[in-house]
Design a protein around this ligand. Structure first.
Ligand SMILES: Nc1ccn([C@@H]2O[C@H](COP(=O)(O)OP(=O)(O)OP(=O)(O)O)[C@@H](O)[C@H]2O)c(=O)n1
Ligand SMILES: C[C@](O)(CO)[C@H](O)COP(=O)(O)O
Length: 251
């Protein structure tokens, strides 16, 4: 008999061992603050506010000297593991800390994505469990897409226009069966295949991934101008939550 959704509880592996080169900040971008709170804390709090999410496994840089000083270090619903050279290594280290017998499914979510909506996580979980298939949050591409090429003066020009029908931006969380994901990543790494997200490892293993259309608000904070956008989105989401709360209390 299929388990009711409410009977599931999930661990989220959060790769947070990056250095944030493209952010060009004086600390790893996950420790930059918005409204006085680190991006990492925003993301972890958002995830742990979901009723089906029990624990977060944080893959942190071995030389990370920020976490221990943060309020996150005191929480018993957060487990720390060492990150790795690439994001995929950090994810694999986190996955290896999970007992697949107790947690047959696992979510993976970037530390740099604090604006993820709980309703999108709901849909990802329900669709994947219902279809017994892994999947990922994604947003359909909205612009005309070009593939570029560089000439001998390093100038980029249009090589072709890419058909955008069924072209998606992959987001996170991505949700997979724990054992399947570990095996898929280990197999891809053994074949020296570049893996930038969990679904690409699953794809290499010949397995299916559901594409769950999600909010464009779920941005990955990557460049400096993403910070002000993330602050705007977080403030908007906070006001929306307060309005919904007030409505519930009044009705
Ligand atoms: N070796 C790595 C590299 C990245 N990440 C994490 O993977 C997520 C997505 O990666 P990205 O946005 O590329 O972060 P950085 O690698 O830090 O950014 P950059 O490429 O600009 O250095 C981030 O939460 C980052 O901390 C990780 O855990 N381990
Ligand atoms: C996993 C990811 O968020 C999917 O879009 C993205 O690939 C992670 O960022 P990176 O720069 O590729 O590490």
């Amino acid at each position: 008999m299929a388990q009711k959704l409410s009977e599931h509880s999930f661990i989220v592996v959060v790769p947070a061992a990056g250095v944030g080169k493209r952010m060009k900040a004086n600390c790893p971008k996950q420790y930059l603050t918005i409204n006085g709170k680190s991006i990492l804390a925003h993301t972890v709090d958002r995830l742990l506010s979901h009723p089906l999410i029990e624990k977060v496994i944080l893959s942190l840089g071995e030389d990370d000297q920020y976490f221990a000083e943060s309020e996150l270090a005191q929480r018993d619903d957060i487990i720390r593991v060492d990150g790795g050279k690439e994001r995929v290594d950090s994810v694999l280290n986190g996955l290896r800390a999970i007992n697949a017998g107790e947690h047959p499914w696992v979510l993976v979510h970037d530390a740099a994505r604090p604006c993820v909506q709980l309703s999108d996580i709901d849909r990802l979980i329900s669709q994947c469990i219902e279809n017994d298939s892994g999947g990922l949050l994604a947003t359909p591409v909205r612009d005309t897409m070009k593939r570029g090429k560089k000439d001998n003066k390093n100038i980029s020009t249009v090589d072709s226009t890419v058909e955008r029908e069924q072209l998606w931006h992959a987001l996170t969380p991505q949700l997979y069966k724990t054992e399947q994901l570990v095996n898929a990543i280990e197999s891809a790494l053994a074949k020296k295949i570049a893996i930038t997200d969990e679904s690409s490892a699953i794809e290499q293993a010949g397995l299916m991934s559901l594409l769950i259309s999600a909010s464009h608000e779920n941005i990955k904070i990557t460049h400096p101008d993403d910070l002000v956008l993330a602050e705007f989105i977080l403030n908007k989401q906070k006001s929306q939550t307060m309005i919904t709360q007030q409505y519930k209390e009044q009705s």
